[in-house]
Write a protein that binds this ligand. Structure first.
Ligand SMILES: NC(=O)c1ccc[n+]([C@@H]2O[C@H](COP(=O)([O-])OP(=O)(O)OC[C@H]3O[C@@H](n4cnc5c(N)ncnc54)[C@H](OP(=O)(O)O)[C@@H]3O)[C@@H](O)[C@H]2O)c1
Length: 322
């Protein structure tokens, strides 16, 4: 009973498409499942698949799409959205589109122009959420730069004031970096921190830190090593893990859905990437069941603090977060 009350406070009852929404600290609402469109972590998937994936996702009830300038797919994301709108599936204002500022555009006066370029590629007048992709900055040749993310944040605030981005936030910021940004008394606190969270990287301290500050957490690479990655010696669980299979059988779901529901039940916003029509539909079919507190704790026990995303070669860059 208490659990149901707590959940109702975090997740609104109003559905956006198939997923409920959470309240952001700027008064806006964000659907709790986003389609991931970055294709870098599970092989070199072709860009052509993105347009169909976005269309199928909207058809299946997704209202939140996650992209980034560095994914090189904003144009295809925009095409998928345009097709769904032109076929009458959805109106622009019913969608929540997230994109991100890449590391080589961190100077204050580069932020709004970079967002305008993203908007042109997306074919949109505004995005719902604009994130600083990483706290580190680079020169255009990829070598380290040393631009303070507090300076970058001023550009983000300008993007919000111009209403080119309705909400602004960060990605891959650690707790110290979040605290420094919040302590700086900017006009706007970040609405979101998008970080990696999955059964082998449960991130309880950073997640609670953000949530206690009213910053919503989006969970990228939500499947962790459940799905095939390049890492040969990755820790469990896999899709056929006995614990996950037992929980999946109890609810009549598959293990991928159990992992996504685990994240939702922790108050997170998972971003499953798929280009497969059936799996796209499965990955949002999460709202007719709920895990118990014990099942959430059981899945958290897989934690090994092992990352899927561990950018090699950036460790010496100023503001490296991991
Ligand atoms: N902010 C950041 O720095 C950052 C970093 C990484 C990722 N991201 C975002 O997060 C998104 C997701 O992360 P990710 O792509 O690393 O990993 P992911 O979503 O955890 O995994 C994607 C992989 O899982 C497979 N898959 C999807 N649904 C499945 C299901 N129901 N059953 C079995 N396999 C399934 C996909 O294959 P199919 O396509 O064949 O289904 C793909 O190979 C990205 O696309 C991106 O939008 C952000």
């Amino acid at each position: 009973m208490l659990r149901a009350v707590v959940l109702a406070c975090v997740v609104n009852i109003v559905l956006a498409g198939k997923a409920p929404t959470i309240d952001l600290n700027d008064g806006r609402k964000m659907p709790v499942v986003a389609l991931g469109t970055g294709r870098g972590t599970a092989g070199s998937a072709p860009i052509d698949e993105v347009k169909d994936a976005v269309f199928w996702a909207i058809e299946a009830g997704y209202r939140h799409i996650d992209t980034a300038a560095v994914y090189g797919d904003e144009e295809q994301v925009g095409q998928g959205i345009a097709e769904a709108i032109s076929k009458g599936l959805v109106k622009r204002e019913e969608l929540f589109v997230t994109t991100k500022l890449w590391n080589d555009r961190h100077a204050r006066d580069q932020v709004v122009p970079s967002l305008r370029e993203s908007l042109t590629r997306l074919g949109l007048d505004y995005v719902d959420l604009f994130l600083i992709h990483f706290p580190i900055s680079m020169k255009s040749d990829g070598s380290p730069d040393n631009i303070d993310y507090l300076e970058t944040w001023e550009g983000m605030e300008e993007a919000k004031e111009l209403r080119l981005a309705r909400s602004i936030g960060v990605s891959n910021f650690n707790a110290t970096q979040i605290d420094r940004l919040v302590a700086n008394k900017n006009a706007f606190r970040p609405a979101v921190n998008q970080i990696e969270v999955n059964p082998t990287l449960t991130q309880e301290p950073l997640v609670s830190h953000c949530q206690n500050l009213g910053i919503a957490v989006m969970a990228y690479s939500p499947f962790g090593f459940l799905v095939t990655r390049k890492h040969a010696d990755a820790p469990p669980p896999r899709v056929d893990d006995p614990t996950l299979v037992r929980i999946a059988n109890k609810y009549g779901k598959n293990t991928a859905q159990i992992v996504l529901r685990y994240l939702v039940d922790r108050g997170l916003v998972p971003i499953p990437k798929s280009a497969n029509k059936d799996r796209i539909a499965q990955n949002i079919d999460l709202f007719d069941f709920q895990l118990t507190k014990e099942e959430v704790a059981e899945i958290s026990k897989f934690n090994k603090n092992v990352r899927v995303i561990h950018p090699k070669g950036w460790e010496s860059y100023p503001n490296y977060p991991f």
